[in-house]
Design a protein. Structure first.
Ligand code: 5AD
Ligand code: SF4
Length: 503
């Protein structure tokens, strides 16, 4: 029943509105409650995206700058945004100060991510004062939150444009509105839109590329804002995904990462075919591209078909990011993760049996409301048992509108910090031990570029995604090299080149 809540983009009220309530006559503010609804209607796929004729040259001689926060999904959305802007004639600027259009593609996952955006939006006031013609826009997950839209209206009136995650394809029209309107232009849809297939993308380089396989998330883990900001699960048609990966192979890309909030649920929304993530990977592995990765997996939907396909190896790398979040079944239940510690460990055991050299990484939240010392100890013991090569670890951050935000949180911040510290210490120890196994071994490295700290050193990654530094000729960038590991650190490996390998 929720209709697309489209904003009226130009307010002619005459007085300066202060909150979304003032705007309410004209447009529907984003609503997490509406975003929660999951309709049964079929997702339409559109193949007819085009920049409107009168906007094709609007950016000629002008420059844009996109600042991206958060996950790979956002990074990839920024590539689409860049693609659209370039089709409008804009060219990229090195700095926000040099740009005519600046967009902040934002992340809502934790409070500190949001605070960072607000801080940098504040800094943009000076830039805007120096260049009053600058169009400053905010998009991404934060735009989907009413509280954020309200805060921008109240405290950041130098923002010209707000749009959400579901209407990126509307950017040309919204940008034009923002150029000609005196008011802030806001268009956020609480309900996800259809899939728009043929939007342009500007990828950075031609070594590694991201490919979306699905959008949205229906899992509703109790701490997570993503199902609200990204809408319901919608899978791209297999033929569209396969065509995009083939095209990247043709362009010489060496690695593709398939993206989704919950890739294991791929295809569950198809009404006409039975075609899951395992089936998709089984097709994609036949494409002539040396490395295929995917992120992010949910343990609940990780099925035997997928394990069977991954075990075929080849270009499917033996690295699996498998967020566990907690090692306590009790906490997992309150997080609504829909698996227990035992289920998770059984899944890990099955995967290890099928793919003997598999490497795991994970995400862990400490200090979830009500987490006891014993429950935290269970997380540590699970980490010991799985022996992850790496982990992203977080202190729980309440997100307004999610079920966990109203749970009683009796864990003091000091305790949460101490738990994070202990977990990180343990992870560092295990990472180092895992890396030490590679000492003196020869690994295949996809060379990505120069090391950040030393231009004479090359940096690349193993199939298991470990960072390797070694001295080598710059002509190796974009190629595969065999490197003998001579020095092992917690986060990096150092080595010397053995031979150049053709893949
Ligand atoms: N607080 C802390 N961490 C969170 N994550 C998601 N939501 C929250 C939250 N409210 C973490 C999870 C997820 C990763 C992307 O971010 O671990 O897997
Ligand atoms: Fe958030 Fe859970 Fe969906 Fe991951 S699976 S995006 S943690 S709701």
């Amino acid at each position: 029943m929720t209709m697309k809540t489209e904003a009226t983009t130009d307010l002619k009220s005459g007085k300066s509105p202060k909150t979304t309530a003032d705007y309410a006559k004209y447009f529907q503010p984003p609503s997490l409650k509406d975003a929660k609804k999951r309709g049964k209607e079929e997702v339409k796929v559109h193949y007819d995206f085009a920049i409107p004729e009168d906007m094709k040259d609007i950016g000629k001689g002008k420059r844009y700058y996109v600042r991206t926060y958060g996950c790979q999904m956002n990074e990839h959305d920024s590539e689409t945004i860049a693609g659209i802007l370039q089709q409008m004639g804009y060219s990229p600027a090195e700095e926000a100060e040099d740009a005519d259009v600046v967009l902040f593609n934002t992340c809502a996952i934790r409070e500190n991510a949001e605070d960072k955006v607000f801080g940098e939006l504040g800094n943009m006031k000076r830039v805007k004062n120096n260049n009053p013609n600058l169009i400053l826009g905010v998009c991404g997950c934060m735009s989907q939150e009413e509280s954020v839209v309200n805060k921008i209206l109240k405290s950041f009136p130098h923002v010209d444009l707000i749009f959400g995650t579901h209407n990126i394809h509307r950017l040309p029209v919204l940008l034009r509105d923002a150029m000609f309107s005196k008011e802030m232009v806001i268009e956020v849809w609480s309900k996800e839109g259809d899939i728009i297939e043929n939007m342009p993308k500007i990828r950075e380089g031609n070594i590694k590329g991201w490919v979306n396989i699905m959008y949205g998330c229906d899992k509703f883990c109790t701490y997570c804002i993503v199902p609200y900001t990204r809408g319901k699960e919608r899978s791209r048609r297999p033929e569209d995904v396969i065509a995009e990966v083939r095209e990247l192979a043709r362009q010489g890309f060496k690695e593709v990462t398939l993206l989704g909030q919950n890739v294991n649920a791929y295809g569950k929304d198809f009404q006409d075919i039975r075609f899951g993530f395992g089936d998709l990977l089984d097709e994609i592995r036949k494409i002539d591209i040396p490395r295929i990765r995917f992120t992010t997996s949910h343990p609940r939907d990780f099925d035997d078909r997928l394990i069977e396909v991954l075990a075929k190896g080849g270009n499917l790398v033996e690295h699996i990011h498998l967020p566990v979040q907690s090692g306590s079944s009790e906490v997992l239940k309150r997080m609504a993760r829909k698996y227990t510690r035992e289920h998770y460990l059984e899944l890990v055991r099955k995967i290890k049996a099928a793919i003997p050299n598999v490497v795991f990484s994970t995400d862990i939240i400490v200090g979830f409301p009500g987490e006891t010392d014993e429950q935290f100890e269970e997380t540590l013991s699970l980490v010991e048992e799985v022996r992850y090569d790496s982990a992203y670890t977080f202190i729980y951050s309440p997100r307004e509108g999610t079920p966990a935000a109203v749970m009683e949180d009796n864990v003091p911040m000091e305790v949460k910090k101490e738990r994070l510290y202990r977990l990180n210490e343990l992870m560092a120890k295990i990472s180092l031990e895992q890396n030490q196994k590679l000492h003196n071994q020869v690994v295949e490295v996809l060379v990505e570029g120069e090391s950040k700290n030393n231009p004479n050193v090359l940096a690349g990654r193993t199939r298991s995604n470990k960072l390797v530094h070694f001295v080598g000729d710059k002509s190796l960038i974009g190629q595969f090299a065999h490197v003998r590991i001579t020095d092992v650190k917690t986060w990096t490996l150092h080595g010397e080149i053995v031979t150049k390998v053709e893949v």
